[in-house]
Design a protein around this ligand. Structure first.
Ligand code: 5GP
Length: 362
């Protein structure tokens, strides 16, 4: 496990509010309990519970949103989540979040995102690059690259890019607002749009005009696809040819063939799929088929907080379940750069970094 923690990794499917530390959630719940906004004893066990169905997960998200949705807390959790990923040597993180309007707290979708960006600015445990224009840290005239020695001090560096999520409960108008916001925030690291939220709620076609608009305007699109066995939706999503899809669990044979032909990269979240019982057990997980047929795939966490996992743990699960050795795991991590929505320059820097680390390991 130590080796997997030290290996550089790329995270492409992580939801901000699903990645909040349990300790932070409990602290926030206590504060709201003291203000009589919630009853702490009633929510404590909900936060600490480990096994949840997909339906229970979405109930938990409603609770998390009550705890986290004010500007200062959004800033705090963003900083903590980024620093947690950096601590386990994630060198590129695509963090997704649903911009939220909350009139009671004077929050607009834009001010929510400004609070997220403020959280990125506040990251200080590591060097961070999150803006469109690559900013290099200059120290005494020397340029510090990721984790390189710089004046004898080794500083970790993480690149963070943002995806704005559309929640399936939203209206087309609200989704359009999210896409327009994403376009306005391109210079602050927003690179794409995600469609997520309870897969049993709403019709994905409601959001097609917003997703098409996003694509026309140069944003990348990733869709949560096949978390429930809705074959019509799955086919429609694959025909849209998103840049990536998440999960791809419940595809029947013809949809599976279509996915394979399309070469759409799949964000695989092993622990999430098992915990929510979307896949009955790890030995029947579709990771094996995708991996063996060299279909583009990326190991991801989904929600480190909700599912008590980390990216290193996801690699450990894959190693144990599918017999992958160090070389294969490293290659899997390196390949993920290819499927990121990062700009050329960032992708090049990341690939060079992986090459450098590989040289040192061999
Ligand atoms: P947020 O967007 O509020 O930062 O992160 C939490 C939200 O991400 C949830 O309310 C939900 O909309 C979405 N989400 C997190 N995990 C999952 C998942 O496994 N499946 C789907 N479909 N949506 C998820």
């Amino acid at each position: 496990m130590d080796w997997l923690v030290s290996m550089p990794k790329v995270e492409l499917h992580a939801h901000l509010n699903g990645s909040v530390r349990n300790s932070t959630l409990l602290e926030l719940a206590k504060e709201l309990g003291e203000k009589d906004i919630i009853v702490f004893s009633e929510v404590e066990h909900v936060i600490l519970k480990n096994d949840r169905s997909l339906a229970e997960v979405f109930k938990l998200f409603d609770l998390i949103h009550i705890l986290t949705t004010d500007h200062a807390t959004v800033t705090r959790i963003t900083k903590e989540v980024v620093e947690d990923f950096a601590a386990e040597n994630v060198v590129y993180l695509e963090l997704r979040t649903t911009p939220k309007r909350n009139d009671a707290r004077g929050m607009t979708k834009r001010s929510y995102m400004e609070a997220v960006i403020e959280g990125l600015r506040k990251v200080d445990a590591v060097d961070i690059d999150f803006t469109y224009t690559e900013v290099r840290l200059e120290k005494k005239g020397k340029s510090c690259e990721m984790g390189n020695e710089c004046d004898g001090i080794s500083r970790k560096k993480i690149h963070v890019r943002l995806l704005l999520s559309i929640d399936r409960r939203e209206t087309l108008e609200a989704a359009m607002e999210t896409v327009k916001l994403a376009l306005e925030l391109k210079d602050f690291g927003v690179v794409g749009i995600d469609l997520s939220g309870n897969p049993k709620v709403g019709e994905w076609t409601t959001f097609l005009p917003a997703l098409k608009f996003a694509r026309e305007q140069g944003l990348c699109v990733t869709l949560h696809c096949g978390e429930v066995p809705n074959q019509e939706e799955i086919h429609g999503m694959l025909d849209f040819l998103p840049e990536r899809i998440g999960h791809a669990c419940c595809l029947e044979e013809d949809a599976w063939t279509k996915l394979k032909m399309s070469k759409i990269p799949v964000e695989i979240c092993l622990t999430s799929n098992i915990r929510t019982n979307t896949i009955s057990s790890i030995d029947v997980h579709h990771f094996a088929d995708l991996y063996n047929t060299k279909h583009p795939l990326i190991l991801c966490t989904d929600d480190t907080g909700v599912f008590s996992t980390s990216l290193s743990k996801e690699y450990a699960v894959a190693a144990a379940a599918f017999g992958l050795g160090k070389k294969e795991l490293f290659q899997l991590a390196r390949n993920a750069v290819e499927f990121s929505f990062a700009q050329e320059q960032v992708a090049r820097e990341l690939k060079d970094f992986f090459d450098l680390v590989e040289e040192r390991l061999s």
